[in-house]
Design a protein. Structure first.
Lengths: 322, 280, 337
């Protein structure tokens, strides 16, 4: 059973030079109780994708086409106030990319939490306080942080606090955008551990996170979806994608990282030549073909459809052999 | 043909409007006396006449042609504004650069000086100085204004310096062994060029208003005229209460138009040179 | 030490230094300018001689004593400061033998009565309108308001005063043409008098409010536009917080720099309002200084200035207090610049 089903999603930015097709015809399904990693180069549309998935769409971004069903609700047809009241924070929460500045700087954490929670639930301040305390304890966060101001906390603390706050209303799906960029390695570990703890404690059962860092995918993802230039190119279980990628781009991504694992090291480091395409006027046919060493005639003229191949989805005319 | 930056700037509507208004008035002032060669200080007609075909802006209590006075006043105000702005810009930039670049005790003491001058109202300081001076020529007035209006520039330039000096290209210059002065002039100053221009425009706008204020209280130029001096005489001779609107309205309109167009120009430049990171 | 206390101590220290620097300037100026100012004053008095030779002699003697010319500089300065401490600002020349302090205190309340409410009202209204313009950016409201604010911010209060006086008092005769109250009425705490004062108060008040409002509006508008793009705004939005709540956050945070701006602008507003008094013949310190300048009554000018600057520095400190109270970042971890 899927918690989120998105069909034919097209989300474009309107700019003076034309439409930037950040997400251009994507079908995506997030199953329950699964952690999905959404990966790809910077600028491939991942952040736009996840914002669109929860219908956080404001001009100049427009949802040009598509349907999104979240936990049985067709959220793509809801207006902003319904989304705010019924969906955001309650059904789905998004932890933004730069969580460091996401907290209201002139309010104590607990006061901010009270504002957020009491809008959705009719609870007293003391009930909110105990909720918050409990959640912080569950996630190994210092309870003292609650009565502090954001500037009194370290970067890692802030990041983890924001994640914790996003889970307070027990959303069915948690989306985390780049959980570890702008953090040092030890803090990254703490954040990842927290995400895992959230699953273990069954506070959050279904999670999607966006990253361009393959190492994180390796550590916590169950499923991986690879995006390129506004389209999904490959999607499957983490083991499949990490160790047996079939799309040339996925292959390139997985092998661009230095790892100590011997099987990977044998294959050597590969970097993908070229640059991501201009999303206002993307290449004809397969968008990856200009950079692909396996490109053939058909790749240049016809866009490959996303088809099921065993346990994975693949959009490629000339994939790597299994 | 035209450098690309000029082409881009011309596309901004705010900029076009402000430049048109400002140059319009400026050119009127500069060339006005050639087109309308009436002596501003001569008594050429009956006193306190409303505008007519003979005197497009009427006459004042001494029978002087107010249009001629206005043209002369625009020129004078522009001159004082420009000079004062140059002086203030020079002081502010020098202090800001040294303070931001050197840091430490130099920085703290210069910033203390800056804050003191910032807190003390410039108009009051100017009144104090001017009160003891018997003769005040335009240059002296410009000097007084310049010497009291530089603090905000110094602070802004200092912040720019502080952020620029930690950038990579400065480290590279240091590694290459360039002396401090060369680093300042080759690396840092060119990066502040756009801000400097904006600051100058704002300074000029403020200086013209300051000159008018000083004149209003009787401490403007002792010889000659300026927009502020016309208003001073208008006020002293009770032109408002006696309904002589042609005396005090045109100089004020010119002053506001000049200052506002400069402000608009600086806003347009600001938007162009520092695009917002979000929204916009 | 409590960071808040540290912050306030620093501010008091700075304001005290500023005051001392100002005293030094005021002390040094008449003594530094070439051309003996004292002689000029005396020449003036001789010229306007409705005064008897004895009076002139007395004034000269008093001046010599108070300015202490002839004694070594540091002695002069010490005498100057010690007199200041007991509140002796010297003796006026034009109003001899009245003491400066006494004269200024008659005029000062009228200035403060005008300046303080006008500052507060222009600040509040200006910020509200600026926030409105920012929220309604790119709509008709903003497109009309912005040029208006721009122009207003560059319009001197005293010229606005002339316009208002001409339009509403001379032409339309709705308001009186000057003064703080009708001369025929004797000042007393009666309703009649108070209404008369208010009636005379409106135009000067409006001139300052309208003149100062534009500056605040522009600043607030820029701040709010900037804040609206901040991360906490988009995060709060995505958590489902209502727009009204988020707007309140934005206003709260945008206000802080505006309070700092208030401290910086107090001096300019003071200067502007002093000049505005001239247009209305409003009996405040500006009017007093203007007259003192024409009679070259240096002790009076000096004394008025000292009082004005003291008031200004105190006001600055009050604004600092308010800011420290509102910004938790100061209260919990002020490190200094």
């Amino acid at each position: 059973m899927a918690i989120l089903e998105a069909e034919h999603i097209k989300a474009y930015y309107s700019t003076r030079r034309g439409y930037v097709k950040a997400v251009d015809g994507v079908d995506l399904v997030q199953e329950k109780d699964v952690i999905t990693g959404l990966a790809g180069e910077s600028g491939c549309g991942k952040t736009t994708m996840v914002n669109t998935l929860m219908m956080n769409v404001r001009p100049p971004l427009h949802l040009v086409d598509g349907t999104i069903v979240l936990d049985g609700n067709v959220i793509s047809e809801m207006d902003r106030s319904t989304l705010k009241k019924k969906v955001w924070g309650v059904l789905v929460s998004l932890v933004p990319q730069s969580a460091l500045n996401a907290l209201m700087p002139t309010k104590r954490i607990i006061d901010y939490i009270t504002d957020a929670v009491s809008y959705h639930m009719a609870v007293s301040n003391s009930e909110v306080a105990s909720m918050a305390r409990r959640r912080f304890e569950e996630l190994n966060l210092p309870v003292e942080a609650l009565s502090m101001y954001p500037h009194e906390l370290s970067g890692g603390m802030k990041q983890r606090a924001v994640i914790a706050i996003s889970t307070l209303l027990n959303p069915r799906l948690l989306i985390v955008d780049e959980p570890t960029s702008a953090l040092d390695v030890s803090t990254q570990k703490q954040v990842l551990k927290m995400l895992v703890d959230l699953r273990k404690a069954e506070i959050i059962k279904s999670m999607m996170f966006v990253t361009h860092d393959i190492a994180i995918l390796r550590q916590i993802a169950n499923q991986i979806t690879i995006m390129y230039a506004g389209k999904v190119v490959e999607s499957g279980s983490a083991t499949d994608i990490l160790y047996d990628p079939r799309h040339p781009y996925s292959h390139g991504l997985m092998n661009a990282v230095v790892t100590p694992e011997p099987e990977v090291r044998k294959r050597g480091l590969i970097s993908i030549p070229g640059e991501p395409p201009d999303l206002i006027d993307p290449p004809k046919g397969c968008r990856f073909h200009p950079r692909c060493s396996r490109a053939t005639e058909i790749c240049r003229s016809m866009e490959p459809p996303l088809v099921r191949e065993g346990n994975r989805f693949l959009a490629c005319h000339n994939p790597l052999p299994a | 043909m035209m450098p690309p930056i000029v082409k881009d700037l011309l596309k901004i509507k705010k900029l076009d409007v402000s430049v048109v208004i400002f140059s319009g008035i400026m050119l009127t002032g500069v060339f006005g006396s050639t087109v309308y060669p009436v002596d501003p200080v001569a008594m050429v007609g009956p006193p306190e006449q409303p505008p007519s075909n003979l005197f497009p802006l009427g006459t004042d209590s001494w029978g002087r042609d107010l249009l001629a006075l206005l043209l002369s006043g625009i020129k004078s105000s522009l001159y004082i504004g420009l000079t004062a702005a140059l002086i203030a810009a020079a002081i502010g930039i020098v202090i800001g650069v040294i303070s931001g670049f050197k840091g430490g005790l130099t920085d703290s003491s210069l910033m203390l000086l800056t804050d003191i001058v910032l807190v003390l109202p410039s108009i009051l300081l100017m009144i104090l100085i001017a009160a003891y001076l018997r003769e005040r020529n335009p240059l002296l007035v410009a000097l007084m204004i310049g010497v009291t209006s530089w603090p905000w520039v110094a602070r802004a330039v200092r912040s720019q310096m502080l952020s620029l000096r930690t950038r990579e290209f400065v480290y590279m210059s240091r590694m290459a062994g360039l002396s401090d002065t060369r680093i300042i002039f080759l690396d840092l100053v060119p990066n502040m060029a756009s801000y400097t221009f904006m600051a100058f425009v704002l300074l000029m706008s403020g200086a013209m208003i300051a000159e008018a204020g000083l004149s209003m209280i009787g401490l403007g130029v002792t010889r000659g005229t300026s927009l502020g001096m016309i208003l001073y005489w208008a006020q002293l001779l009770e032109s408002v209460r006696r309904g002589l609107w042609w005396w005090f309205i045109p100089p004020g309109v010119c002053l506001v138009a000049l200052a506002a167009s400069l402000l608009l120009l600086s806003t347009a430049l600001d938007e162009y040179f520092s695009p917002r990171l979000k929204g916009g | 030490m409590n960071p808040l206390v540290r912050f306030l101590a620093r501010r008091i220290g700075f304001l005290a230094i500023t005051f001392i620097v100002f005293l030094i300037i005021i002390f040094a100026l008449p003594r530094a300018i070439p051309g003996n100012p004292l002689a000029t004053i005396l020449a003036r008095i001789f010229q306007q001689s409705q005064s008897s030779p004895e009076l002139v002699k007395a004034v000269e003697k008093k001046l010599m004593e108070e300015f202490g010319l002839g004694k070594p500089l540091h002695v002069q300065f010490l005498e100057f400061v010690s007199r200041l401490v007991v509140g002796d600002l010297g003796t006026s020349i034009a109003f001899y033998p009245r003491k400066v302090a006494e004269i200024v205190f008659v005029y000062l309340p009228w200035s403060l009565g005008l300046l303080i409410p006008a500052t507060l009202v222009s600040w509040v209204v200006g910020n509200l309108l600026g926030a409105l313009a920012a929220y309604r950016r790119k709509t008709a409201a903003d497109n009309v308001l912005l040029p208006v604010f721009l122009t207003l911010s560059q319009t001197p209060y005293y010229w606005l005063a002339m316009l208002l006086l001409y339009g509403l008092a001379v032409t339309l005769r709705i308001f009186p043409i000057g003064g703080a109250y009708t001369p025929a009425i004797a000042p007393a705490l009666t309703m009649h008098f108070i209404i008369d004062v208010l009636y005379h108060y409106i135009l000067p008040f409006l001139s300052i409010v309208l003149g100062a409002m534009g500056n605040w509006a522009i600043g607030m508008r820029a701040m709010v536009i900037y804040e609206l793009g901040a991360d906490y705004v988009s995060y709060s939005d995505s958590l489902g917080l209502p727009d009204s709540k988020i707007l309140r956050y934005v206003f709260r945070n945008s206000m802080l720099p505006q309070i700092t701006g208030l401290a910086i602008n107090l001096g300019t507003m003071l200067g502007g309002s002093l000049i505005t008094e001239l247009v209305f013949s409003y009996p405040g310190t500006g009017y007093l200084i203007f007259r003192a300048l024409t009679t070259l009554d240096y002790p009076l000018i000096q004394g008025a200035f000292i009082l004005l600057i003291s008031t200004l520095l105190v006001a600055n400190f009050i604004v600092d207090l308010v800011y420290a109270y509102l910004d938790p970042r100061i209260r919990t971890s002020y490190v200094g610049e």
